[in-house]
Design a protein around this ligand. Structure first.
Ligand SMILES: [Zn+2]
Length: 280
């Protein structure tokens, strides 16, 4: 699932391509998505914001198109704001528009943006802009790295949990934006075993992990996100972080610090990668 760096990469591109343009029409190709013409057509796109893994496209009528891409949702732009149109990633299954294109927004400048989703777990809703932060899915989000997750808050959250630290990192109601890839890498960077109970982390480990979370997220952003499953940026390209992971998806390869073989276990049902020597 796209995590903070992936959704932030999408947000930054959408800001470039969409902001200032007016939605001329919307074509709904799948009735699962309840967007009424009257809510969005004729409205100008004022801003694109991100709340952890959720995007908000804010319109001039004080409503927002809120998008959660979940596993395989994609937002892709085609139009004159894309100076040089890159080749479409093969992760855009069926092409553009294709059989997995469910919504097409047409803009005033001959631009279009498409919502694709192969597995159909993602959702799009139109919500009053001033109510977004009161909704269940955003109102309940925990503090976010780079935003409101301070070291003290992080310490406090960890000290109150008896779950494994990796499971805690991925709990969106505790910390917003971190998913499996970056949780694995942050724990390796901080030299903390993913299965260690959160409240048993030393102050030093908490501090190292706090810094490590920001560092891996920064790397994720630098590489335009990790293209697992269906992740592409709105220009239709893949990110590259998957080629630069520290430990994620590296089972059997030598640890980048001590050369021990990276192990894979399951923790709360999720693939968990760690170095048995330097994370204990
Ligand atoms: Zn190691």
């Amino acid at each position: 699932m796209p995590e903070l760096p992936e959704v932030e990469s999408i947000k930054l591109q959408l800001q470039k391509y969409l902001v200032g343009h007016t939605i001329r029409s919307v074509e709904i190709r799948n009735t699962k998505y309840a967007i009424r013409d009257t809510d969005v057509v004729g409205e100008k796109i004022k801003d694109i914001r991100r709340f952890a893994k959720v995007l908000s496209i804010d319109l001039s009528n004080s409503y927002s198109i809120v998008v959660h891409l979940k596993l395989t949702g994609q937002l892709i732009y085609r139009g004159p704001n894309l100076k040089k149109v890159p080749n479409l990633s093969s992760k855009v299954v069926g092409g553009l528009p294709g059989k997995h294109t469910h919504i097409i927004f047409k803009l005033d400048h001959d631009g279009k943006f498409y919502y694709n989703d192969v597995r159909l777990f993602g959702w799009i809703r139109v919500i009053r802009t001033d109510e977004i932060e009161k909704t269940d899915f955003i109102g309940k989000l925990g503090p976010e790295p780079f935003k409101d997750l301070t070291l003290n808050k992080f310490k406090n959250i960890a000290s109150k949990s008896s779950r494994s630290i990796k499971t805690l990192l991925m709990d969106q109601e505790k910390i917003g934006g971190v998913g499996n890839i970056y949780a694995n890498d942050a724990l390796w960077l901080a030299r903390v075993h993913p299965g260690k109970l959160s409240r048993q982390l030393s102050d030093e480990e908490v501090r190292r992990l706090y810094d490590a979370i920001e560092e891996v997220l920064r790397q994720g952003l630098k590489y335009g996100g990790a293209s697992e499953l269906a992740y592409v940026t709105p220009d239709g390209r893949e990110g590259n972080y998957q080629d630069h992971t520290l430990v994620y998806d590296q089972k059997g390869t030598p640890c980048k610090r001590c050369k021990s073989k990276i192990k894979k276990i399951k923790l709360s049902g999720r693939g968990t990668y760690f170095c048995p020597k330097c994370q204990n």
